[in-house]
Design a protein around this ligand. Structure first.
Ligand SMILES: *[C@@H]1O[C@H](CO)[C@@H](O)[C@H](O)[C@H]1NC(C)=O
Ligand SMILES: *[C@@H]1O[C@H](CO)[C@@H](O)[C@H](O)[C@H]1NC(C)=O
Ligand SMILES: *[C@@H]1O[C@H](CO)[C@@H](O)[C@H](O)[C@H]1NC(C)=O
Ligand SMILES: *[C@@H]1O[C@H](CO)[C@@H](O)[C@H](O)[C@H]1NC(C)=O
Ligand SMILES: *[C@@H]1O[C@H](CO)[C@@H](O)[C@H](O)[C@H]1NC(C)=O
Ligand SMILES: *[C@@H]1O[C@H](CO)[C@@H](O)[C@H](O)[C@H]1NC(C)=O
Ligand SMILES: *[C@@H]1O[C@H](CO)[C@@H](O)[C@H](O)[C@H]1NC(C)=O
Ligand SMILES: *[C@@H]1O[C@H](CO)[C@@H](O)[C@H](O)[C@H]1NC(C)=O
Ligand SMILES: *[C@@H]1O[C@H](CO)[C@@H](O)[C@H](O)[C@H]1NC(C)=O
Ligand SMILES: *[C@@H]1O[C@H](CO)[C@@H](O)[C@H](O)[C@H]1NC(C)=O
Ligand SMILES: *[C@@H]1O[C@H](CO)[C@@H](O)[C@H](O)[C@H]1NC(C)=O
Length: 549
């Protein structure tokens, strides 16, 4: 990895502002990790076989080069002089030798530890908290190129919980800052991947100071609902990501058998354009992992979207009702833009996408990345045929021209008519742009705006809904957690239509905006727009509406 600043051996100075400036990984890291298939039971044979597999299957040539034995590698006890060490039964040749083996194959050595007393292993293998400097030196001496730093047994004072989603600690960043500083003090560039799962507030704000990548979510599971949960958690981080600072959406489940072909492409494509690290979780072995899955992982054009030099996370720019589909867009180098059209539903239909809505030029050439085809010239719109659970990736020429260059009219939620439990609340410096919100949107509660402008044309309008959702799925990630909250919107007494609102920011005061299209407006400031919480679960908090007339 390229290090733009040279670190100096033995300098133990903590320079967090400099740490943020060091780019250890200009593009998202790519590699292989043992956890998704082998759980906390890696061993030397497994790691070496998979490393060779990466080379033999051509995956290392595509860029997957960091090989990481995850939880379960260390000896339960440190050495007599206090050093962390490998389990000699599982890794008879030892770790410096494993590093040499990987380097000999042209690969990188990824290490795993945690900001807790023990690892996330059933037998409580050793982790790093309190030993940051020694362990950083050990990892460097072993030839480590990367470190995944987990969060089990982190409640140092009480040690009551293996995994603690409600820790008493005031500032979770302290434990990760300590390791970041320790890694900065060794004479080796080690990519630091924070794996704190987003427990507590403002992960995006603190993690980019200390980590090169940071896990935003609880673990991915080998199922489709994990993809919805994690994508909805990734949305607000566009504010914090960029070259050398990437969200980690967790290891890939491509090849593990639960997802269909389209779902695996959807998952891989979304991780790629979100600039998540691409870390294979399936065995690099063609007699276990299907040819189809290996082809998905080997798709150079999709990998190129992930490794694009702008490092820009694609953002959710439009969500269509009832979870039908989303449009994501992100700039690429060479004046290109990638558009991801993601169908969350499970059957086919075709849609027309007005490309002017998404910041591309009015006409130009369009490329379908998965089809590996230039589709030729488009004019204004493009027809997209999507199978159920398909996500198309299109490349088009970017436009700097704003589509809506008029200031929207703004309707703060607190100026609406509140019914049910809905109540307005102030929120200090948060809840921008208006500084207040309507909260407690339980079932049957609503906010009604009666003077919404339909402009001089009426009809369909683009509405930016400013809202707050910080209902992060941590414990609930294992059951029904989605990272979303629902609202329905209805115009002039029309049928309410439902939208899922993703996580909006780092706490219950940080506003996000979801842009949606609503039909049924009359001409003039006479329209009634009603926002309601539909289900058993409460809706999001509502900050206001920006209406483009
Ligand atoms: C740091 O590592 C580099 C490359 O291994 C080596 O050339 C250099 O001498 C080391 N610097 C110090 C201060 O140890
Ligand atoms: C690949 O998997 C097969 C089937 O489990 C196994 O027999 C073989 O040893 C594996 N090959 C490597 C290189 O790991
Ligand atoms: C690890 O250390 C503990 C106490 O420090 C000791 O009881 C235990 O036997 C040791 N385990 C091994 C595998 O050496
Ligand atoms: C690693 O695990 C595999 C599968 O359980 C086993 O075949 C192999 O002998 C083990 N190797 C070592 C070094 O423990
Ligand atoms: C995706 O499939 C669902 C059916 O489950 C359909 O209702 C939806 O309109 C489709 N969306 C797109 C964008 O094709
Ligand atoms: C999606 O549809 C296919 C084909 O009808 C079906 O086999 C599959 O179980 C569905 N997947 C989900 C997650 O519902
Ligand atoms: C993308 O690039 C265009 C043109 O340079 C620019 O106007 C826009 O702000 C960039 N960012 C996004 C998210 O579109
Ligand atoms: C929300 O409404 C419920 C039901 O009226 C009420 O018990 C609760 O106190 C309200 N929450 C807040 C924060 O006021
Ligand atoms: C709409 O009506 C509310 C309540 O009377 C008022 O506070 C607000 O300024 C009006 N908004 C616009 C954009 O006219
Ligand atoms: C999720 O499960 C919890 C606990 O069983 C329940 O209260 C909640 O309503 C469920 N939410 C959804 C969206 O199903
Ligand atoms: C949102 O609404 C859908 C459809 O009714 C439902 O399946 C889902 O559980 C709801 N989600 C939440 C978080 O309430």
């Amino acid at each position: 990895m390229l290090s733009l600043l040279t670190t100096t051996a033995g300098v133990g100075l903590a320079l967090p502002w400099l740490a943020a400036a060091v780019v250890h990984t200009p593009t998202p890291p790519m590699g292989w990790n043992s956890y998704n298939y082998y759980n906390c039971y890696p061993n030397e044979t497994i790691i070496k076989d998979n490393a060779r597999g990466l080379v033999e299957l051509g995956l290392s040539a595509v860029g997957y080069d960091v090989v990481t034995p995850d939880c379960g590698w260390p000896s339960k006890n440190r050495t007599a002089d206090g050093q962390i060490t490998w389990n000699p039964e599982l890794f008879p040749s030892g770790f410096p030798a494993l590093g040499e083996y990987l380097h000999g194959l042209g690969l990188k050595f990824g290490l795993y530890s945690g900001a807790g007393v023990w690892e996330c292993t059933p037998d409580n293998g050793d982790a790093t908290v309190g030993h940051e400097v020694e362990d950083a030196h050990t990892f460097a001496a072993w030839g480590g190129d990367a470190l995944k730093y987990d969060n089990c047994w982190a409640n140092i004072d009480t040690m009551i919980r293996f995994v603690d989603y409600n820790p008493s600690e005031k500032d979770p960043s302290v434990r990760f800052a300590a390791m970041s500083d320790a890694l900065d003090s060794v004479n080796r560039s080690i990519v630091f991947s924070i794996c704190q799962w987003g427990v507590g507030q403002d992960l995006g704000v603190w993690a980019l100071k200390y980590g090169d990548t940071w896990r935003i979510s609880n673990d991915i599971q080998d199922n489709w609902k994990s993809i919805w949960r994690i994508v909805n958690q990734a949305v607000p981080y566009v504010k914090h990501t960029g070259i050398g600072k990437y969200i980690d959406m967790d290891m890939l489940t491509v090849g593990l058998g639960a997802l269909s072909y389209e779902e695996e492409r959807f998952h891989f494509g979304m991780w790629a354009i979100s600039k998540s690290p691409l870390v294979i979780g399936a065995p690099a072995n063609a007699s276990i992992t299907s040819e189809e899955s290996l082809a998905i992982l080997s798709n150079k054009d999709v990998v190129a979207l992930n490794q694009d030099l702008l490092g820009e996370q694609a953002q959710l720019i439009r969500r269509y009702t009832e979870e039908e589909y989303d449009i994501f867009a992100g700039n690429l180098s060479e004046s290109r833009k990638v558009i991801g059209v993601a169908n969350w539903s499970n059957s086919s239909k075709s849609v027309n996408i007005d490309l002017q809505l998404v910041g591309v030029q009015k006409s130009g050439n369009i490329r379908d990345v998965w089809a590996a085809k230039d589709l030729g010239q488009y004019e204004g719109a493009v027809k997209v045929d999507l199978k159920g659970h398909e996500a198309k990736l299109l490349i088009l020429p970017v436009s700097a021209q704003l589509i809506y260059d008029v200031e929207p009219l703004y309707y703060p939620a607190a100026t609406g008519i509140l019914q049910g439990d809905a109540m307005s609340a102030s929120c200090g410096g948060g809840c921008l742009p208006k500084g207040s919100k309507v909260t407690n949107m339980t079932v049957g509660s609503s906010v009604t705006f009666s003077n919404v402008s339909g402009g001089v044309l009426g009809g369909m309008k683009l509405i930016g809904i400013d809202y707050i959702n910080y209902d992060v799925a941590l414990a609930s990630a294992w059951t029904n957690g989605t990272n979303t909250r629902n609202f329905t919107l209805s115009v002039n007494g029309g049928e309410p239509r439902r939208w899922s609102f993703p996580i909006s920011g780092g706490d219950w005061y940080e506003t996000g905006r979801l842009d949606v299209l609503l039909e049924g407006f009359h001409v003039g400031s006479v329209n009634e727009l009603r926002v309601e919480a539909p289900g058993l679960d409460p809706g999001a908090d509502l900050v206001g509406l920006a209406v483009y007339t």
